[in-house]
Design a protein around this ligand. Sequence first.
Ligand SMILES: [Zn+2]
Length: 403
Amino acid sequence: MSLTNQHCRTFTARWVFPVSGPPLPHGTVTVRGDCIESIDPPGTRTPDEDFGNAAIIPGLVNAHTHLDLSGARGLIPPTDPEHFTDWLRGVIAYRRTRLSEEVHADTRAGLEECLWHGVTLLGDISADGGSWDTLAGSPIRAVVFREMIGLSEERAEAARRAGWEWYANRPTAEQTRGGISPHAPYSARESLLRCGATPGMRTTIHLAESPAEMELIMSRSGPFVEFLSSVGAWDPSGLIQSVGAVITHNRTAGRFLFAHCNYLPIDDARYFHNDMSIVYCPRTHAAFGHPPHPFREFLARGVRVCLGTDSLASNPDLDILAEARFVREQYPDFPGAAILRMVTLSGAEALGWADDAGSLEPGKSADLVVVPLPDRDDSDPHELLLADVPGIRRTLFRGEWRE
Ligand SMILES: [Zn+2]
């Protein structure tokens, strides 16, 4: 850090949302160098810059995406829930057409979109770990989860070896952390689904995403049998005995992020511990026409829920605040403060970055987003933030403005 950015700057706006505490009308955020020095009510400090009718919120967290699929926007329309395997077929066919330099460019383009929308912390699943260099060299924090796929013993072993080799040999990076992603109960052998069982390891698994997955795991039947057979990957000996077992087998392991959980029985909430979270991808969930997501029931049972965009193979864009606004639209009675937490502090906790990111608190990284607000009032200021107002967001990351 250079001495020139060690100076103190104080920002204000119509509303400041620390997330770790209540919103402050005309509060101030004081930044020194790359850290937050203090958050104050009005009158304590003289602001250097006033953003006017805007909100200052923590840097946004997108806890689940696949940047390497960013070239697929609009190419593989989501199906109805009963034909999920047809969509998977489309994704596989698409991946086969992509050259490695195209995948690199797609990753870059997806990242640019995240940066533009104010994301300062990203959970990215990367088929071969290839997004690591792109993310590590960019003004963003990230966890790169290296994907592992293989239902047969032989494929699972090869995936495990390649995954751990990548994890052990990845270059060090200050703002990027590594993890693994055994893909899903229908594509990863039971042994792979348990392979995050290492203290400190970050793991993400797609879980209970479609009715077909539930049918496969419960009764070893349904559309996945034909789908997996057709791609030469069917091996019933590799299937885990229940979706709940994916959680219970990892109870003593590190940090787990379960993606989707659209069909996870609410009773399975009892298996979650504090280092386990669910990531709900609202617009992708809606695009597949799934029944309402059980996120409120899981939250009520003490399970942490954060939000993700999933990839551009199923989502219109990588704007995580648009996911929050979509949740507001779909669930008008759900508290705005809880929605904001899902795209900030809960995401940071789920990804294991909450010591540095996720809220505006003294000592945390100076990451914030300035979001334009509508020209009206509301008894709950979160409603102003969740209203869809056009306008450019400005993002400060580690004390530097993104231009
Ligand atoms: Zn995904």
